[in-house]
Design a protein around this ligand. Structure first.
Ligand SMILES: Cc1ncc(COP(=O)(O)O)c(C=O)c1O
Length: 421
């Protein structure tokens, strides 16, 4: 677009000018529809322009609710905090205080690290290989996935350790971490915190095992190290439960949410901290755009999805549909090295990044938005809205299957017609 910097990325991956978006369908200025398996990198879990959330926005504006008031108290903040407590925290037996940092994911990461250092009076932070936590200086230094950008950045006393199954998966990465922290002379001092994504989304859909997560929680608790779970991309239902760590039955000290917490594509971030960690003095962490009231309004409206098991049951059924289609691909397509995922985040790993990228751009031409991730872009990341209709999920999966089996396939318009008939 006119005068836009080279730094723009997604317009190059998805070369179209988008206008309208509804549910899982995004439309460009030529009138072409795309099924969205990208979902704003996990931001649109409830679909684009979700009707219930849109109605909440209309009512908010029609009633002249206060939009901006820094972190002064507002009716919307009260509504959100009460509903979050009653709908999300209490039913899961979780006792957290809530902080609203600046509105993006990286703001939450920066503030959480600052808090961990404040509480423990230690500096070192441990992050994992192939992690991604954002693009501001601290967050980038925590992102193994962005190692090529580390030389131009301050490293902020971060030490990297191998994630579960790192490399060939042949060694016990947690025993290594424990030994390095506990053995004097290792060069690794006791950290303030360990930060991780339970499923590394940008890093290639790498899934930490339940036993590994449990052992990491036990080790950090025994040694006074704070455990920070970055649920910015895989929280808010993505993995089949509201928080991604629920499957392991662990309780992190600090949890970070952003992206889909507002549910409507509006910027909002949340830090959940155990009450004993709330060492902040008033104003010690600040920012103009915290707790934006319009974002809180849609975040509050989105919580209705969590009042019963309806959405969770839907995710389970869709998880099965995705899993079944993809497992067939591994056994039947030479180009596919592996498939992994849960809930509604899945990765299809190709032999090379160029193969995955070619499939992604073929799919874009066919009418499917999907992103390649992983260190060499070798993994196609399937991330549809949780609310996608089963028909469109089936159609999108069929488009993927066709494009992977037949990279030279002329286009999926025919396929969509076939599916409809
Ligand atoms: C796990 C994780 N953490 C942090 C971030 C950074 O969020 P933001 O881009 O809103 O700063 C992202 C963004 O993709 C993410 O996936």
């Amino acid at each position: 677009m006119l005068n836009e910097s080279n730094v723009n990325y997604y317009a190059k991956a998805f070369p179209a000018v988008f206008t309208v978006a509804k549910g899982e369908i995004v439309t460009d200025t030529t009138g072409k529809d795309y099924i969205d398996f990208f979902c704003g990198a996990g931001t649109m879990n409830y679909g684009h322009n979700n009707p219930a959330l849109k109605a909440a926005v209309h009512s908010f504006l029609d009633n002249d609710h206060i939009l901006h008031c820094l972190d002064m108290d507002s009716k919307m903040k009260e509504l959100f905090l009460t509903a979050f407590q009653e709908t999300i925290l209490e039913p899961r037996g979780l006792d957290y205080k809530v902080q609203f940092p600046g509105p993006t994911g990286t703001n939450a990461v920066e503030a959480a690290v600052k808090l961990a250092r404040l509480v423990t009076k230690r500096k070192k932070i441990i992050a994992f290989t192939q992690s991604f936590h954002g693009m501001t200086s601290m967050s980038m230094s925590l992102s193994g996935c962005r190692e090529e950008q580390h030389p131009g950045n301050t490293l902020h006393d971060v030490t990297f350790f191998p994630f579960d199954q790192f490399g060939d998966g042949a060694f016990d990465t947690l025993r290594y971490l424990e030994a390095m922290i506990k053995t004097s002379g290792s060069g690794v001092t006791l950290p303030a915190a360990i930060i991780l994504e339970t499923i590394q989304a940008e890093g290639g859909v790498n899934i930490a095992g339940v036993a590994w997560l449990k052992a990491l929680r036990a080790f950090t608790a025994e040694n006074g190290i704070l455990l920070i779970v970055d649920d910015i991309q895989v929280g808010c239902g993505r993995t089949g439960s509201f928080f991604s760590f629920e499957r392991a039955g662990i309780i992190p000290d600090i949890v970070l949410l952003s992206k889909s917490i507002s549910g409507f594509g509006l910027p909002l971030s949340v830090i959940l901290m155990k009450p004993s960690l709330d060492h902040w003095k008033p104003g010690e962490h600040n920012g103009t755009f915290r707790a934006n009231n319009l974002s809180l309004c849609t975040a509050h409206a989105a919580l209705h999805y969590w009042k019963d098991d309806g959405l969770l049951n839907e995710i389970k059924e869709k998880e099965e549909m995705i899993g079944l289609t993809l497992t067939q691909l591994v056994t039947q397509c030479e180009a596919v090295k592996g498939v992994r995922g849960m809930g509604m985040i899945w990765g299809v790993e190709f032999r090379s990044g160029s193969e995955a990228r070619a499939v992604a751009s073929g799919l874009f031409r066919d009418g499917l938005l999907i992103e390649a991730c992983g260190m060499d872009d070798q993994v196609l990341k399937i991330l549809p809205p949780l609310t996608i209709s089963k028909d469109n999920l089936r159609t999108g999966l069929a488009m993927m299957e066709r494009r992977i089996r037949e990279p030279e396939y002329a286009g999926a318009t025919r396929l969509m017609n076939e599916t409809a008939s």
